[in-house]
Design a protein around this ligand. Structure first.
Ligand code: DGJ
Length: 760
């Protein structure tokens, strides 16, 4: 492709905008619109516009992504053409929607294929077909000019009220020969050019590790530096979560709070890259990790990438924090039958894993259930350790894969316990880790070939277990029938599905296709099991767990009822974890358990503080209630009752962090759940430590999103769930502009408060 004609990509953008200016001056409504004569599409959400055009020589480029354009004339001002010298290559600079490997493209690409005759370069242009459905979906076909049978269809779907665009694409092989994909990321996003040299962008990512999930990391973008966040472990992982936000850093003269943010809907290995140059060109790409990825398309076959959803807000990180969780919840409601009704709340659950670990049997669990029910618990979950006949699951070295009830622990199966739990008025839940097997298990002894492995290569254990190949139908069918059998027989209402080690040896045997497809097949196998279980048992709730928060990506959020955020239930640690996870996980999907946990036994954290931290999403209890005093049991009952009074606000509202948790200085954190256009709010305030006398005081907390003209009833609880420490009326204006005072939090360690604001 000659340099000159590629340069035209950018020039054309400028020409197109002139056309538009004169042809269409009517304000645009929300939805997807095509220009009446040009190959230009406008994706308009409530507060943003995303404009793409192939109107030049057919290369599909982004013309605008940002605040909503009210007139198409506005476009003219949006187009910037960088200068072209011999070393500046237009197609590399172009904001291509699908930058491929090939031609003079030297920035991050998102699609690499091997065509017949070993050709590995592509050149895709708009093929003339565009399809808009329901004003919210757009499909655009791109073809490789010389190979008209190689077709890529870009998919766009807009979430109008959350200002989010969902992107993916399908590659179709219409050639007579096979095509091999070695990279198929879902989307490339382009941010507007920087306004000036002093303009800075801050990248927000979420990297941590097991028991320290979703730590918010911030990095300034530097010209020429590429950032990658990723998981190569076969699952979404704790080490990073598939999310990014890019925030404009406001300065004294430019107070902008523009934020671009996105999340990947993929529960396997993934990567997101962010690259910037000296001109402030920022490209974000993301999708399935290309390391060891491979997919072969035989003639007539196609491959569709997972969704990469991204949005824009001018309301800073708080705006992004409202939008992505709402988006996840919207698609959860769409896809998950048990989640459709707003008025069905997540039950208060009890799980004894932290209290008794593997030490469980029918009698002990029944006794716990009898203690849990009067506290107000609505769901009783039996965790790891209930199964294994020849290799009993008494610790984590044996039994995984043998999904038969341990006859010593449950001599009559699970039904008596499930019936007992039901009789006590609670739902019954059970733990599985269906994709795993211990070598010490009947399943592995019978089917060693069912685990991911290479012949002759060691099978590396992690948590003494191996990963089953869920790409194999016979494996999925076997596990499905085992799980389904228990659900039917015992009457199980809820499944906690765990995944406790990374993948290795990922390949297919006796498979007449590309063995590298295993990475994708394994994830699809997980999705299939969820879908099959939910189809067979429409009432069944499904929790996505993975050694804590290793599986809480958008793909899991859109298919399941809830996620387990972290194995670290120490409440002060949990504040940081919940702070990060709340960037994309809807509040109701995020469970917090009140436990006895603290890595430092010398620290006494009051029960009230533990409950208040767990109030932030859906509430669980994981303490050893056998050891609770009468007072602790009573206190728990009242906290649970209070939570139930407030949960419509917490579970259906939006979460804001009025004070983010900080590791230095004032160790405080304050959240606000805001509900129904400011009718009600719940404030959770924590002041957990300050080494400095007369410092670390909570300043008046300025509440957000209230009605300034309304009067609110303010009720405050601290250590006693039955007796509020204060109750009074204040105007919305005062609460928002002067702030709520909580002076009693300023003395002592681990102080906290729950505040309920109700429009009078
Ligand atoms: C890891 C989970 O995160 C825990 O909650 C618990 O279910 C254990 N696995 C059981 O092995």
């Amino acid at each position: 492709m000659a340099l000159l004609s590629l340069r035209a990509i950018l020039l054309t953008v400028a020409i197109v905008s002139t056309f538009i200016q004169s042809s269409w001056a009517k304000p645009l409504g929300t939805g997807i619109h095509k220009h009446h004569s040009l190959d230009t599409w406008f994706l308009v959400t409530e507060q943003s516009s995303y404009v793409i055009s192939a109107a030049g020589n057919g290369y599909l480029v982004n013309m605008h992504w940002g605040k909503r354009l009210t007139q198409l004339d506005d476009l003219n001002a949006m187009v910037v053409e960088p200068p072209v010298f011999s070393q500046i290559i237009p197609v590399t600079e172009a904001r291509e929607e699908l930058p491929v490997f090939g031609g003079l493209r030297y920035r991050e690409n998102i699609l690499k294929v091997e065509l017949p005759k070993g050709i590995r370069e592509l050149n895709l242009q708009f093929a003339g077909n565009a399809n808009i459905t329901d004003k919210t979906k757009l499909d655009l076909d791109l073809r490789d000019g010389n190979r008209t049978e190689f077709l890529v269809t870009l998919h766009y779907e807009i979430d109008i009220e959350n200002d989010i665009i969902r992107r993916s694409y399908t590659v179709r092989n219409g050639l007579d020969d096979r095509v091999d994909l070695s990279k198929a990321s879902s989307a490339a996003w382009h941010l507007p050019y920087a306004l000036g040299w002093d303009e800075q962008r801050e990248l927000v990512t979420l990297s941590g590790e097991w028991s320290q999930e979703a730590m918010v990391q911030t990095t300034r973008l530097s010209p020429g530096v590429k950032h990658t966040v990723e998981s190569t472990r076969g699952f979404a992982d704790h080490v990073s979560h598939p999310y990014f936000a890019l925030a404009q850093v406001p300065n004294a003269v430019n107070p902008t709070t523009d934020v671009y943010f996105g999340a990947l809907a993929w529960t396997g290995s993934w990567e997101i890259t962010i690259h910037t140059d000296t001109k402030g060109f920022v490209r974000v790409t993301g999708g399935i990790h290309h390391q060891d990825f491979g997919w072969t398309l035989e003639p007539g076959e196609s491959f569709t990438t997972p969704v990469f959803a991204a949005g824009y807000t001018d309301q800073g990180i708080p705006g992004a924090r409202h939008r992505m969780p709402r988006h996840a919840r919207k698609y959860q409601k769409k896809n998950v039958a048990t989640q459709k009704d707003e008025n069905v709340f997540h039950p208060v659950l009890y799980n004894s894993w932290e209290a008794v670990s593997f030490d469980l049997n029918e009698e002990k669990q029944m006794a716990l259930a009898e203690k849990a029910a009067p506290l107000g618990i609505e769901l009783f979950v039996v965790d790891d350790g209930w199964f294994g006949v020849n290799s009993p699951r008494d610790n984590d070295t044996a039994g995984l894969g043998d999904w038969d009830t341990n006859p010593k622990k449950f001599p009559n199966g699970l039904k008596p316990l499930a019936d007992h739990v039901h009789k006590l008025g609670m739902k019954f839940g059970l733990w599985f880790e269906g994709e795993m097997v211990n070598p010490d298990s009947d399943l592995y002894r019978e089917h060693p070939e069912w685990v991911f492995h290479y012949d002759g290569v060691p099978e590396y254990l992690s948590r003494t277990q191996l990963v089953l190949n869920f790409g194999l139908k016979e494996v999925r069918d076997y596990i499905f029938e085992k799980v389904a059998g228990h659900i039917k027989e015992a009457g199980i209402d809820y499944i906690k599905w765990d995944f406790n080690r990374p993948m290795q040896g990922v390949t297919m045997h006796n498979y007449d296709r590309n063995p590298q497809e295993a990475w994708v097949l394994a994830v699809e196998g997980y999705y299939e099991i969820i879908a099959r279980l939910k189809e067979r048992f429409p009432h069944l709730w499904f929790e996505s767990c993975s050694s804590g928060g290793g599986r809480m990506d958008l793909g899991a959020l859109e298919r399941t009822d809830q996620v387990w955020t972290s194995d670290n239930t120490r409440p002060d640690a949990r504040l940081f974890i919940q702070y990060g996870a709340s960037l994309w996980v809807p509040p109701r999907m995020q469970y917090g358990w009140v436990t006895d946990s603290s890595s430092d036994k010398s620290i006494e954290i009051p029960l009230s503080f533990r409950f208040h931290v767990s109030f932030m999403g859906s509430l669980g209890l994981g303490s050893n209630i056998n050891k609770f005093s009468k007072e602790q049991l009573e206190e728990s009952t009242h906290w649970i009752a209070l939570y139930k009074k407030l949960r419509h606000v917490i579970q259906n509202g939006d979460l804001d962090w009025l004070v983010p948790p900080s590791r230095v200085g004032e160790l405080v954190a304050v959240t606000e759940s805001i509900y129904n256009d400011g009718d009600e709010a719940v404030i959770l305030a924590f002041r957990h430590n300050s080494p400095f006398p007369d410092s670390g005081e909570l300043s008046p907390i300025r509440i957000r999103h209230l009605d300034e003209n309304a009067i609110y009833r303010v009720t405050i609880w601290q250590e006693d769930p039955q007796n509020p420490v204060d109750e009074y009326d204040l105007s919305g204006a005062l609460l928002m502009y002067r702030g709520l005072e909580l002076p009693s939090l300023n003395k002592g360690m681990f102080k906290s408060a729950v505040v309920w604001l109700q429009r009078a």
